[in-house]
Design a protein around this ligand. Structure first.
Ligand SMILES: Nc1ncnc2c1ncn2[C@@H]1O[C@H](COP(=O)(O)OP(=O)(O)OP(=O)(O)O)[C@@H](O)[C@H]1O
Ligand SMILES: [Mg+2]
Length: 394
């Protein structure tokens, strides 16, 4: 494709992951000078690295800051006073029952999803009109016309983006500046599939194999295995249906992160010969469900790796709190990563997805592994600040 973008500068808000990242990579491959934006330096640097690796000639720069705030937008404008292409991709979402969605929730999602795009468009449109060339694109969603009942406030912002872009298109009428909205449909990221369906199928297989290998004397444990396999099959089916309905896999729904982690550790000890303990130090206060859910998904993969790869006899899960961060640790006394052997095709999503989830929370993942003496996976996520889940993952 030649989109004739050489010499054009493109800014994509919220572009370290998902659709934003895909747009940034593609525009860089087309020869545009791309500005990647994310909230943290680490997320921006990792995105820049990936783009440069895929497109060695890419002209990419980064801006770490949150365009949902006036301060960061001012800094951004100082660094990049003019762009030719503006993609308003930044967005957050959080499924929340309507009767539990506060005024603050409504304001916040509006501020991030609508006002960030309005602010950037306002800053760049006059210059575009003067040069008689510009492209402003709002990444809305099909939720704009089909409001999801699970997050009406999010749907409202997507409809509002249509109104803004329609009006702005009229405002730019007769010039070389075009304004459009894109309404992506369902998009399930590989990480979501890995952490739900792949895990569930693997669990079913494990339990069915255990039944196959058992003799008559073990009939009792066989029926437990079958019951567990049935539970996993039901949960997998539900996750698959939710994905078809364009919903995220079900979250912790009702249960808190510590409770869910305790159950995870107990279930793990029952499912395999590795004893797993859970330790919770401190009090969890008002951690948004979305963050709890992400941390739970990270926590799920680590024990699954312990079971598959570690040859450990014991493991532990622990949740603790620093002054401004939540720390989740998963430790085993197994063989450690004896330096990762060649991955079978289709494998190796686990660690990548864990890292992506940690970054999405503005946090990090650290892995310490000692050959023959086990592995510790540590996830640290800041408690303060808003979460900005990739909008493409809604
Ligand atoms: N606790 C652990 N002990 C020993 N090795 C581990 C441990 N966790 C991960 N590994 C090593 O790291 C590799 C990568 O893990 P990752 O979760 O990314 O992929 P996978 O488990 O092999 O496949 P997938 O998760 O996609 O089904 C594993 O294949 C294994 O070699
Ligand atoms: Mg794995």
């Amino acid at each position: 494709m030649n989109l004739e973008l050489i010499g054009k500068t493109a800014l994509i808000s919220g572009s370290t992951k998902g659709i934003g990242f895909a747009i940034a990579s593609q525009l860089a491959a087309e020869g545009a000078q791309v500005i990647v934006n994310g909230r943290s330096d680490s997320a921006v640097n990792s995105a820049l690295q990936q783009i440069r690796k895929a497109v060695p000639k890419a002209e990419v720069e980064g801006f770490a800051g949150d365009p949902a705030t006036t301060k960061a937008t001012e800094e951004l404008l100082k660094l990049f006073p003019a762009v030719d292409i503006l993609v308003n991709n930044l967005g957050i979402y959080e499924p929340k029952p309507f009767d539990k969605t506060s005024d603050e929730d409504w304001r916040h999602v509006f501020e991030v999803n609508v006002l960030s795009g309005v602010r950037l468009s306002r800053a760049y449109v006059s210059e575009m009109k003067q040069r008689d060339w510009g492209r402003i694109i709002f990444i809305s969603s099909e939720s704009a016309i089909s409001t999801p009942k699970e997050m009406i406030h999010y749907g409202m912002t997507k409809t509002a983006q249509l109104a803004v872009s329609r009006g702005l298109a009229e405002y730019c009428g007769g010039t070389g500046v075009t304004v459009n909205s894109i309404l992506p449909g369902p998009l399930i990221l590989p990480g979501e599939i890995h952490d739900t369906l792949v895990q569930e199928f693997a669990g079913i297989l494990l339990h069915l194999e255990a039944v196959e290998g058992s003799d008559d004397a073990e009939l009792c444990s066989s029926s437990e295995c079958l019951a567990r396999a049935r539970e996993l099959a039901k949960s997998g089916l539900e996750d698959a249906r939710r994905m078809l309905l364009n919903l995220r896999p079900k979250s912790l729904e009702g249960s808190t992160l510590p409770d869910a982690l305790r159950q995870l550790a107990e279930g793990f000890s029952c499912d395999c010969t590795i004893t797993c303990t859970f330790c919770h130090a401190g009090h969890m206060r008002g951690l948004p469900v979305v963050i709890q859910d992400e941390l739970y998904r990270v926590a799920q993969e680590a024990p699954s790796n312990v079971r598959k790869h570690s040859r450990a006899t014991s493991a532990s899960l622990s949740l603790g709190y620093g002054p401004a961060a939540i720390v989740l640790k998963i430790k085993d006394n197994g063989q450690g990563f004896a330096m990762i052997k060649h991955q079978a095709a289709g494998h190796g999503y686990g660690l990548t997805t864990m890292r992506e989830r940690a970054q999405r929370l503005g946090g990090k993942i650290e892995i310490e592994t000692w050959p023959g003496a086990g592995t510790e996976v540590r996830i640290t996520a800041p408690l303060a600040g808003s979460i900005q889940m990739e909008r493409s993952n809604q």
